[in-house]
Design a protein around this ligand. Structure first.
Ligand SMILES: [Mg+2]
Length: 227
């Protein structure tokens, strides 16, 4: 496991933040794709629930790591359902991860540029922003869908740099997906941090490659103390 060096905030100008599983509890997305959608898909097309689960599980696996996996339009067409409307049915589950809002508030009071970098589709992004109102803490939002590339795919960071320039040697990027962090490391982003437990309802095996964020409250305190 990489050694947990404390972050030196004075060496960071830009903070790049993932949304699902980093700022927000991944439970909303896990619940939607693994529980809610199989049930609603079976209801809408009058299918057996076990068939629905197996079919969706296979389709999700086939598209994992590609932009289709995150694309509401792709799934709406593929499954012949209105994914955005179905996602809205469980919007009450959209929630911050512990102390994420406090961290965002502390970042806003600092001079750092804060950029949300998400693989979510714009319809999901808008729903989450309206529900929790965290857009006011962000200086910019980058949606990978606009480049037709997921964050874990080569070329993503070059495309992002062209529309939202930043100095990788003075940037921190926090994400809950190892493949996404690996691509950011390859690009040369200096500070990388991993969210070990993105879903409040599922315990994940520890990751050996990237340093985990212990708690956002710690980062908020360090920023408030000017460390
Ligand atoms: Mg994520």
């Amino acid at each position: 496991m990489s050694q947990a060096q404390p972050l030196t905030w004075s060496e960071i100008d830009t903070v790049l933040l993932d949304m699902d599983g980093t700022l927000l509890d991944l439970h909303y997305d896990s619940h939607f794709w693994l529980q809610h959608l199989p049930v609603r898909y079976a209801q809408i097309h009058q299918l057996d629930i076990d068939f629905s689960r197996q079919f969706l599980d296979r389709q999700l696996r086939l598209n994992r790591g590609t932009i289709n996996w995150y694309c509401v339009d792709y799934w709406s067409a593929k499954l012949n359902v209105d994914i955005a409307a179905l996602r809205a049915e469980v919007v009450s589950k959209v929630a911050f991860r512990p102390f994420a809002q406090e961290f965002l508030q502390a970042l806003q009071s600092s001079a750092k540029k804060v950029v949300l970098v998400t693989n979510d589709h714009r319809s999901g992004l808008q729903m989450k922003l309206s529900r929790l109102g965290f857009g006011k803490y962000l200086d910019a939002i980058v949606v990978s869908h606009d480049f037709s590339l997921a964050k874990e795919q080569p070329g993503f960071w070059q495309r992002m740099q062209a529309i939202e320039p930043f100095d990788p040697s003075r940037a921190l990027f926090i994400d809950d997906t190892v493949a996404v962090l690996a691509e950011a490391e390859q690009y040369g982003i200096a500070q990388l941090r991993y969210i070990a437990q993105p879903d409040s309802k599922i315990n994940r095996e520890p990751n050996q490659r990237f340093t985990a964020v212990e708690c956002f409250s710690q980062y908020a305190k360090q920023l408030q103390c000017g460390q």
